[in-house]
Design a protein around this ligand. Sequence first.
Ligand code: PGA
Length: 257
Amino acid sequence: MALDKKLIVGNWKMNLDTHEASLYLHKLAGLVKVRRDVEVVLAPTILSLQSLSLQVERRQFKLAVQNLYWRDSGPFTGEVSATQLRGVVDYAIIGHSERRHIFHETDKDVRNKVQAALRNGIKPILCIGETASERTYGETKDVIHDQLIGGLANTTSEELSDITIAYEPVWAIGTGKNASPTDVTDAVLAIRSQVKHLYGATAAKAMRVLYGGSVTADSAGGYLSLDSVDGLLVGGASLDAYMFSEIIKKAHKGSDS
Ligand code: PGA
């Protein structure tokens, strides 16, 4: 584990309108205590970010954008830049498998976005993971290797401390199929060994690595107890404030009260 603080990220994807998002935040705020050992990040749709940023108590929750464009400004109709998101979010999810597979984002796009986030003071959560067929062909470690090299190509070792990696096997996202603790441990160790190769042992140890893919309140504790895992990226189960609060409680080491 990199730090003595777990990171729990709720990725709402394209769900909850602005009103629903505000009600959700109000409800979650009542269910979750501020804990030193847990950092909670909410990633609503971009539409709700501005209003939630005014409503949120930043000691309790941080905000993340689900995507951004890598240019700072200009003729890019429909896009939002990291420069425009400065001060609104602390984190940016980058290279989520839905972006890579549905919107055909390449490793080059991903690394440009990582750089854009960093130069605007936003911490990237870089998502990587293999598809079902890559897994079947035993290519998981190759995919991890390629996506890490691709996503981090322009990143310096100083910048690395602001980056979190989320290991999200594509076959486990939104499918109800859980990766086993052994799958997750193997993948996270492969990530750390690749980072060690690129940036040295200290950087590899300090790097935060999350697991994501069909995490529920029941399965969360098992992943969080793995030594190599620093937190979770939660999709479906984060849409219900109560269920998400149960996952957050699992990340807190002491009593759940
Ligand atoms: P899921 O989504 O928890 O619904 O599988 C995870 C994610 O896409 O980040």
